[in-house]
Design a protein around this ligand. Structure first.
Ligand code: F6R
Length: 369
């Protein structure tokens, strides 16, 4: 059942090309038009949405944070992402034009379920992005978009995360299509780029030996930091979460721009720092800014491990280790950049002798508040 892998986690990391492909499958017509009739929600309701609030916990909330960048860019609808357990206790502003997007792999997370119920009481419509057919959250939601990642057994979420981002992107494109925010040609192009993601993930998986070797060499690390910017920021937090929960190492993800506002004080000789570098092809200056962050921390003795896009030679001068991911549009990069971080955490925890499928103190679905 582990398909020849040592753990379910390793298998599920390797399932990711399929998880993304299956989540895309059958949802776009040959003409590149999205067909999400399965949502069974009145399109006029979706057209009237003036705010989206994503509710989720843990890794699923990071998927929501990635999706915020894409949905706001494509649809020009404000998207808030809130941890389910914080939402209900702050008197949130929710009405009939608010679309709640509840993201949950298990569909049984009590914090998210309670937040969904609260939002429905306030008159909001709830759309669930879920991996588990017939579970409680999609049953209670007004609409469901299933991720087709297949059952996720390992406690730490991997393939469900990539499938959640994929599904949330489909939702964003569908809203943009309904509301006329994007031309059909633009939607078709983005769908075509999404269609190329599984093969690119496979290329990263096929080339995992170096990152595994690095992971084994770092099993004594006491703290690892992760920096990212734009969509790389939630990826950094996800990389840190994987390391905490699997290898029991203190890890934190920061927005790279925040470095000089405090976290740079943590940098001392030998401190390992992962940096997720935005594409140099992006139309903003973020690449240069993050490269200068690498310089700053390197000058203070950090051991820099860089995830960058193939062909980005500018990072080499300041990086101890560089891992390249294939070229892809900026918004799709999280579907690739996350993978080396998952492999790193899985391999490091395995090197320490820990059970990566059953990390201590954790359960696969958290059915208590
Ligand atoms: C981390 C992890 C958890 C879950 C969180 C939400 O690897 O698995 O952070 O993402 O407990 O679970 P779901 O998505 O089932 O609601």
């Amino acid at each position: 059942e582990k398909g020849g892998f040592a753990s379910f986690m390793e298998k599920e990391i390797n399932d990711q090309p399929e998880a993304v492909a299956q989540t895309l499958l059958g949802r776009a017509g040959l003409d590149g038009k999205l067909e999400l009739d399965e949502l069974r929600i009145d399109p006029s309701l979706l057209k009237a949405v003036d705010k989206i609030i994503v509710l989720a916990c843990g890794t699923s909330a990071y998927a929501g944070q990635v999706a915020k960048y894409a949905i706001e860019h494509w649809c020009r609808i404000p998207v808030e992402v809130e941890l389910s357990h914080e939402f209900r206790y702050r008197d949130p502003i929710v009405d009939a034009n608010t679309l709640i997007v509840a993201i949950s792999q298990s569909g049984e997370t009590m914090d998210t379920l309670m937040a969904v119920r609260y939002a429905q009481e306030q008159g909001a419509k709830v759309l669930a992005i879920c991996n588990t057919n017939g579970s409680t959250i999609p049953r209670e939601a007004d609409a469901v978009l299933y991720t087709h990642a297949g059952p996720e057994i390992a406690v730490a979420s991997t393939k469900a995360f990539l499938a959640q981002i994929t599904a949330a992107y489909l939702l964003g494109l569908y809203l943009a299509q309904l509301r006329g925010n994007l031309f059909s040609g633009q939607i078709r192009d983005i769908l075509a780029d999404l269609g190329k993601v599984p093969a690119k993930i496979q290329a990263i998986l096929d080339d995992a030996d170096r990152i595994k070797k690095l992971a084994r060499s770092m099993s004594d690390a006491r703290s690892v930091l992760f920096l990212g910017r734009h969509v790389g920021f939630p990826v950094a937090m996800e990389g840190a979460l994987k390391l905490k929960e699997l290898a029991y190492i203190h890890a934190e993800g920061f927005a790279a721009g925040e470095l000089k506002h405090g976290p740079i004080a943590l940098i001392e000789e030998g401190q390992p720092v992962f940096v997720i570098v935005p594409s140099p092809r992006g139309r903003n200056s973020l690449h240069a800014k993050v490269v200068s962050n690498i310089q700053e921390i390197r000058a203070r003795g950090a051991k820099t491990v860089v995830i960058a896009e193939e062909g980005d030679t500018a990072v080499q001068a300041y990086a101890e280790h560089v891992f390249y991911i294939p070229e892809t549009p900026v918004l799709l990069a999280p579907l690739l950049a996350t993978v080396p971080l998952q492999i790193f955490a899985c391999e490091l925890a395995t090197a320490k002798g820990y059970d990566v499928d059953q990390p201590r103190n954790l359960a696969k679905s958290v059915t208590v508040e």
